[in-house]
Design a protein around this ligand. Structure first.
Ligand SMILES: NC(=O)c1ccc[n+]([C@@H]2O[C@H](COP(=O)([O-])OP(=O)(O)OC[C@H]3O[C@@H](n4cnc5c(N)ncnc54)[C@H](OP(=O)(O)O)[C@@H]3O)[C@@H](O)[C@H]2O)c1
Length: 154
């Protein structure tokens, strides 16, 4: 799909660019969701999937520390670095986060940063996909974070 968008000059808005908040680092396996929050019903938000996806968030935080940025900003900067026509539109109910997210457009990630993030995504994905005990439900969970974008883009 992305090559076709590129060829025809069509923009691409990645779905839930912060993984519905997961990539901000504010959510881990102990987080609970209200009954009206549908993340509690999504495979990628099972405690197991949230735990397994933490290394990606830790890496975003580590890169963010070096740049004075949050992991949410690094996740958005990563998407923005992929192709000029890929335009994340994160959702938030808070003005300060809207401002934080907009500032991600000013962050330059090096080729090394981009490679580290890509490697972390692929590593997380491979752990889950080669584990013989992994159910389809769990493997869908791991794919749904940054990994789903990465798998489209590589
Ligand atoms: N999810 C859907 O069903 C759906 C459907 C149609 C279209 N979309 C599109 O998807 C995009 C947005 O996706 P989304 O809202 O589903 O997911 P998202 O942008 O990946 O994540 C939104 C979540 O992240 C939190 N958040 C945002 N910025 C943050 C920050 N800087 N630090 C910490 N937490 C942060 C928000 O919480 P707070 O509000 O507390 O900040 C919210 O819970 C939009 O383009 C939207 O139009 C989504």
């Amino acid at each position: 799909m992305l090559p076709t968008c590129e060829e025809l000059g069509i923009g691409f808005v990645p779905y839930s660019p912060l993984g519905r908040g997961f990539l901000s680092g504010k959510i881990d396996e102990t987080t609970t969701f209200g009954s009206n929050d549908n993340r509690s019903t999504l495979p990628r938000f099972t405690p197991e999937a949230r735990k397994a996806n933490q290394p990606v968030v830790r890496l975003l935080e580590e890169i963010g520390r070096k740049k004075g940025a949050t992991s949410a900003q690094i996740a958005l900067a990563w998407l923005l670095a992929q192709k000029p026509r890929i335009v994340p539109i994160p959702g938030t109910t808070k003005l300060r986060r809207l401002e934080e997210n907009i500032s991600a457009a000013a962050i330059d990630l090096t080729a090394g940063d981009l490679r580290h993030i890509q490697d972390a995504i692929c590593f997380s994905y491979s752990i889950w996909s080669i584990n013989p005990l992994t159910s389809m439900r769990q493997s869908q969970g791991i794919r749904c974070e940054l990994g789903c974008c990465a798998r489209i883009l590589v």
